[in-house]
Design a protein around this ligand. Structure first.
Ligand SMILES: Nc1ncnc2c1ncn2[C@@H]1O[C@H](COP(=O)(O)OP(=O)(O)O)[C@@H](O)[C@H]1O
Ligand SMILES: [Mg+2]
Length: 381
């Protein structure tokens, strides 16, 4: 496979919509699943993730737009084209697993091969190979009722892979597992995907799962895609307040624009301290005196005991530790900023910390992002 082919789209959504009566469940969604990547649809419950996944395989019909798979239209109402799910040859893992309790693991996994007239001996061989791939070697004769949650999840993945699809669709496949198992499964799935090179369209509402697992994430809100990109890029440079707030915590500080130098914008925060902002400027205006918000990820703030630093450096602030939270490998603190605003920050293990301690915060200019004052989204503070 050439470099170019490695990057071409295997599944393409163009301006896809889906109405349920008056409800616009999916509203003008476009994206490409590239060959060999894990693309995750991430967003809160009800934002249209499952509907989008089901339209990929043909379990839901489009109200408008086009879906192509392997370079051919598979659903386009305007062209009166619709290809049935069985004819698309994709694998799917449902949120509920849909394991038949009375059937053996072998029968459950072999089920999709029934439509394909695969000879019995060949089918059995493939089931055994696939069970080995998902870590279930030796489980072929167990009943569905004799499996743990993690094992049922693996059976569901094996069944999704059994027909050798080039795309695997996965709808919140780990949501019924406990936290520890969920983290193991995400690492295991990514290893498996790297090994067999399958393209995965994954759905979750769990941002840490999406960040850890995906090559790219499409953040969805209200039936629309807000932003698509690699996890690190979306996390560091979110394009909208919804993306910023959905991917992790931010500290938001009210500020006012006081000037600009090159691509940097200078703002004054609560106590009149001037900060230089070198990250993305998302404000609609850069006019002097314009009210705005500065955002920063908590782990980008450098916290030092006040007595270890001398005079106020650039982009720094005095603050006080109010509450210390020991978290094992790290500690966090609730810090009171000038003006009484509270912020939860991460502390370095290189110093001793105590409640009531005076600290100095440094906010690196390139880690700061500027927003309109109204840009707080639903999760904002
Ligand atoms: N079969 C249906 N009939 C009516 N409304 C539906 C149906 N399926 C989904 N919806 C609505 O469409 C929207 C998106 O649902 P869904 O795709 O399941 O979201 P998600 O998977 O992100 O939680 C929701 O408002 C939901 O209530
Ligand atoms: Mg869903």
């Amino acid at each position: 496979m050439s470099q170019n082919e490695a990057q071409d789209a295997i599944l393409t959504f163009e301006n896809v919509s889906r109405m349920y009566g008056p409800v616009r469940a999916v509203d003008g969604v476009s994206f490409e699943l590239k060959r060999g990547e894990i693309l995750t649809l991430l967003g809160p419950s009800g934002c249209g993730k499952t509907t989008t996944l089901r339209m990929s395989i043909g379990l839901e019909r489009l109200s408008g737009g086009r879906v192509s798979y392997e370079g051919k239209l598979v659903d386009s109402p305007a062209d009166r084209i619709f290809v049935e799910p069985e004819k698309r040859g994709m694998g799917m893992v449902f949120q509920s697993y849909a394991i038949w309790p009375h059937m053996s693991v072998m029968e459950n996994v072999a089920y999709p091969l029934r439509y394909r007239r695969v000879p019995k001996a060949e089918a059995n061989k493939r089931v055994l190979e696939t069970l080995e791939l998902v870590g279930l070697k030796g489980y072929e004769n167990r009943r569905g009722t004799q499996l743990s949650g993690g094992q049922m999840q693996r059976v569901a993945v094996a069944r999704g892979l059994i027909a050798n699809p080039s795309v695997l669709l996965m709808d919140e496949p780990f949501s019924n597992l406990d936290a520890r198992l969920r983290e193991n499964m995400r690492a295991e799935l990514k290893r498996l995907q790297r090994r067999i090179g399958i393209s995965i369209l994954f759905v979750t509402h769990d941002q840490s799962e999406a960040l850890a697992l995906s090559d790219r994430i499409a953040v969805m809100k209200d039936g629309r895609v807000e932003q698509i990109g690699p996890p690190a890029e979306l996390y560091a440079e979110p394009g909208t307040p919804a993306v910023r707030d959905f991917l992790g915590r931010s500290i938001l500080m009210p500020a006012r624009i006081v000037g600009s130098t090159g691509s940097n914008v200078d703002v004054s925060v609560a106590d009149g301290q001037v900060f230089s902002v070198a990250g993305p400027i998302r404000t609609t205006s850069r006019a002097i005196d314009e009210k705005c918000l500065v955002s920063v990820r908590p782990e980008s703030i450098i916290v030092e005991p006040a007595e270890t630093t001398n005079v106020a450096g650039a982009n720094s602030l005095n603050a006080t530790i109010r509450t210390l939270l020991f978290m094992g490998e790290t500690s966090e603190a609730d810090i009171e900023l000038p003006g009484g605003h509270m912020a939860l920050v991460r502390l370095s293990p290189s110093y001793e910390w105590r409640e009531g301690q005076a600290v100095r915060l440094t906010l690196p200019a390139n880690k700061l992002q500027l927003w309109d004052r109204s840009a707080t989204d639903a999760h904002g503070e």
